[in-house]
Design a protein around this ligand. Structure first.
Ligand code: NAP
Length: 254
């Protein structure tokens, strides 16, 4: 990676919205370090696609629920960057990785709560903390939340409320990191056709039609609807947007 290029680290870049965002970032001229949890093969394909766009990319394994490994992970990322660019630093962190949980409130178990908490809140919190010493002045953080913090759908009480916690965390980070000129924002996608939650929005025709029916633009989202917004928040054009949530849902349940 050459020093003049900005660099983004994105979690969960092997599939879905993370993959789309990684490619959109590359199209904006940003080099990308992406993580995968289990799908190395898919992550390698994303790396190749970014390289074919003329940008640099590198994929590393990371389980974002496993905070014990964060030091080791950050060491690997920064050692790689130091070797390739002469500096361990990077410019943007996109906290995207995640899984779904659809469980009626009465049936939620402590194990399920812990898993969602570890991935969607604790992991985001501590990965950001560990990444911070290496984030360049003038860089940014984008946290991926969900339309389910504003819209309620039965079965998403744990997921929706922990995503809401990330939105509040985002505002605190924007305030605390302001002196370092690091901007922190949230992208909250509506329901999007990915593998997320077992691919239920993509594969369950009834649910897909139901969501399309209460969406102003008349369909559910596609990965291409999201990546460009993440990339925009990592561009100079958005330099004055800070501490904000942008819902990207085509106008769901307005
Ligand atoms: P996806 O297609 O299922 O992809 C999930 C990505 O996260 C994959 O790259 C996966 O890695 C990674 N991942 C899963 N568990 C992980 C873990 N424990 N540690 C590290 N990485 C992990 O899902 P998506 O739709 O792109 O979702 C991305 C983000 O958008 C999530 O935060 C989700 O909550 C949010 N979101 C999604 C929707 C939607 O409708 N799709 C709507 C609103 C918000 P592997 O491929 O290696 O397993």
């Amino acid at each position: 990676m050459s020093t003049q290029n900005k660099i983004a680290l994105i979690t969960g870049g092997s599939r879905g919205l993370g993959k789309n965002s990684a490619i959109a970032l590359a199209k904006k001229g940003i080099d990308v370090v992406l993580t995968y949890n289990t799908n190395k093969e898919e992550a390698d394909k994303v790396v190749s696609e970014i390289e074919s766009l003329g940008r640099k990319a590198f994929a590393l394994q990371l389980n974002t629920s496993d905070t014990k490994n964060f030091d080791d992970f950050i060491n690997k990322v920064t050692a790689h960057l130091k070797e390739k660019t002469g500096s361990p630093n990077f410019d943007f962190l996109i906290n995207n990785a995640g899984i779904g949980l659809y469980q009626p409130f009465e049936d939620v178990t402590e194990e399920q709560m812990d898993e969602i908490y570890n991935i969607h809140y604790k992991g985001v919190f501590f990965l950001t903390q560990k990444a911070l010493p290496f984030l360049n002045t003038g860089g940014g953080i984008v946290n991926i939340s969900s339309g389910l913090t504003r819209i309620t759908m039965p079965g998403s009480s744990v997921y929706g409320s922990l995503k809401a916690a990330v939105e509040t965390l985002t505002r605190y980070l924007a305030k605390e990191l302001g002196p370092r000129k690091i901007r922190v924002n949230v992208v909250a996608p509506g329901a999007i056709e990915t593998d997320f939650g077992g691919g239920r929005v993509k594969d369950n025709k009834e649910l897909n039609a139901q969501i399309a029916g209460f969406t102003a633009l008349g369909r559910v989202g596609l990965p291409d609807d999201i990546g460009g917004v993440v990339a925009f928040l990592c561009s100079d054009e958005s330099y004055w947007i800070n501490g904000q949530k942008i819902e990207v849902s085509g106008g769901q349940a307005l």
